[in-house]
Design a protein around this ligand. Sequence first.
Ligand code: 2RA
Length: 339
Amino acid sequence: NGPSIAIVGVTGAVGQEFLSVLSGRNFPYSSLKLLASKRSAGKTQLFENQQYTIQELNEECFDGVDIALFSAGGSISKKFGPIAVEKGTIVVDNSSAFRMVEGVPLVIPEVNPEAMEGIKVGSGRGGLIANPNCSTIICLMAATPLHRRAKVTRMVVSTYQAASGAGAAAMEELLQQTREVLEGQEPTCEIFNQQYAFNLFSHNAPIMSNGYNEEEMKLVKETRKIWNNMDVKVTATCIRVPVMRAHAESVNLQFENPLDENTAREILSKAPGLVIVDDRSANRFPTPLEVSNRDAVAVGRIRRDVSQEGDYGLDIFVCGDQIRKGAALNAVQIAEMLL
Ligand code: 2RA
């Protein structure tokens, strides 16, 4: 029979999506434990026609658990991740706590499955695998197949990130503000210290000493780790836009070897987990709404970068569901590879 699994942070947007993805993919679990803070303990959750009582997360929760999916913030992962690993559990962590730790695999199953080789349920040893940041996953799902062919030397990313990345409360505030503004009322600004509806602003992550915000530096650092290439030049500008749950990203790529746009389109059309939406005659390209609640990342606006010599540059535009492929689906796909 299948693995026993636990979900840490089950009441959050990603935690709920874990359940939806596990069910949708018929994940073969033998038992399921739902863990959350004291505040949620005792509540019940119907899942696959069974009522589960949510338990308060504590050190004893991981006895006998084969796989634990974490999405409860970095401090919870830092505190309970190692405890779970000690108990023999394999942790798939959606927080940023361990992503850049040497020896912790940072995995997008379609991109670098080899990074988690050897970690398997039933091996008797626990393990820890980090889920990359959502904007990294969505970007690299499209950039990597091209990188594998023509070796990216520089990548410039501009992101248009959805409310869901800031949590369920931010999604709620966007809806509330939109209603308020349409009714001529003052918008309620509690999550972000500025109006979000009909506006956009630099991503809310803290600004670092180099002037980049943490979200931008995640893209830089995680790309280098996932591609196992510390020389690739990456820069990013991350923006929060009034969209509910799917990120959009403009990606400019510079290659070591020439790659023309038709070859690029052919490579992308064969790459796993992608759909091509690139209809110039109809001016139809990826949109956040069309990828919302979907597994695939959409890629379009595939074109030669006219600012580069020959075929050494390419521009593309990608959209992906932040909660699904950007978090929960990627983590469950990692869990499937542990079986
Ligand atoms: C964001 N990447 O979109 C973050 C969420 N993990 O804000």
